[in-house]
Design a binder for this molecule. Structure first.
Ligand code: NAP
Length: 344
């Protein structure tokens, strides 16, 4: 362990050499807490509390504030200081992590003259979910008020925070990230800086969550179909386990082919639009017969139909990726391709 301690630690450790191992560990913990930065956490809901707990576990002196004070109090038992006001929590540290419900809530808390001047020279890490546009606006506001700003998207539930698998995507000035990498590692083993443009992490967040909701809403449909057909949900879960790796492969293939612009079917095509659409018709018929809500799948149908009308029935499924843009933008593209395959 000694080899991993920063230089100042060696003196502290040396003076402890005649004490018991237990005393030594205790002294090292005290030393490490004393040497670590102070961090403030604004918002201690489910996620904010997990962030604060991870910081406390790593020995950071942590000050927390929450609108509803009772929700912050369990953190005091773990060593956090509970601030009585937003100004107090901002004054307590050079790094302020914010995790509230949305950017409007952040603005309502920080866009105050006294708080804004207390933020000058500090680093704000906004881990609240938001839009790319919201992050860009926030970055401008913090720059105008003399604070550094990193915007992060947490790609995990609270139980992942502080674990090796905890993923947080951070965008904003690289230097501010690098200088505090150790603190970010305390929040998750997979915290990554993904670019300087402040909106990038929120953009990627929305993109990845679109995949997640596709899976979750798909599961709602699977449950509805299974229940209507009296299939035990345990059986559904067992069969999904077998299909899941196939779907993972299709998702990766779709992204890769779209990235390469390989929309026409070729020797590596896993499935063209045609068999997908055929099987999809069976789902639509079943849902119609069983009176299951079709609003989501009707949206899928509209995309299929636009691509098929434009002559892509036998193209790779990836060709559908060209049919999600607005009708205005689509009309700028050339019309149906020559030799339309619509008739099959
Ligand atoms: P949560 O448990 O509902 O907590 C929301 C927090 O926001 C609470 O601390 C709440 O304070 C505070 N808040 C809301 N409006 C406020 C206002 N006007 N002024 C001051 N404080 C306000 O939600 P959460 O799950 O922790 O989520 C927090 C953020 O993390 C969200 O942006 C969410 O999208 C993001 N996130 C969550 C997860 C997850 O799995 N939970 C995953 C990724 C990202 P009170 O306690 O006083 O209500």
């Amino acid at each position: 362990m000694g080899n991993h301690l920063p230089p100042g630690a060696y003196c502290a450790r040396h003076s402890l050499q005649h004490t018991s191992a237990r005393d030594e560990n205790w002294h090292l913990l005290v030393w490490s807490v004393a040497m670590k930065l102070s961090i403030s956490v604004v918002g201690t809901g489910r996620m904010g509390s997990a962030l604060a707990r991870a910081l406390l576990r790593s020995g950071y002196r942590t000050t927390v504030w929450n609108r509803t004070k009772q929700k912050a109090e369990p953190l005091a038992a773990l060593g956090a200081t509970v601030a009585g006001s937003v100004l107090e929590v901002v004054n307590a540290a050079e790094i302020i992590i914010v995790n509230v419900s949305d950017y409007q809530a952040t603005a309502a808390l920080l866009h105050d003259d006294a708080v804004a001047s207390a933020l000058r020279g500090k680093l704000v890490v906004e881990l609240t979910s938001g839009t790319p546009h919201g992050a860009r606006e926030a970055a401008e506001w913090f720059a105008e008020h003399g604070a550094s700003y990193l915007d992060g998207a947490i790609m995990a539930t609270p139980d992942f925070i502080g674990t090796d698998a905890g993923t947080i995507l951070i965008s904003g000035p690289r230097q501010a990230f690098d200088a505090n990498e150790e603190m970010f590692r305390a929040l998750g083993g997979n915290v990554q800086h993904i670019g300087e443009e402040p909106g990038r992490s929120n953009a990627l967040d929305s993109a990845l969550l679109a995949v997640m909701w596709g899976a979750l809403f798909g599961t709602l449909h699977a449950i509805a179909v299974s229940q209507a057909e009296e299939i035990d949900l345990g059986e559904l879960a067992r069969q999904w386990t077998a299909l899941a790796p196939v779907v993972d492969g299709l998702v990766a293939d779709l992204i890769n082919r779209t990235n390469a612009g390989r929309f026409a079917s070729d020797g590596e095509t896993l499935s063209s639009i045609s068999p997908h659409y055929g099987a999809f018709q069976h789902l639509l018929e079943l849902m119609e017969a069983r009176k299951i809500d079709r609003s989501v799948v009707d949206g899928y149908d509209a995309i299929f139909q636009r691509a098929i009308a434009a002559g892509h029935l036998h193209d790779d499924f990836a060709a559908l990726s060209q049919f999600l843009e607005s009708p205005d933008k689509r009309s700028l593209r050339s019309g149906p391709r020559e030799g339309s395959l619509l008739a099959g």
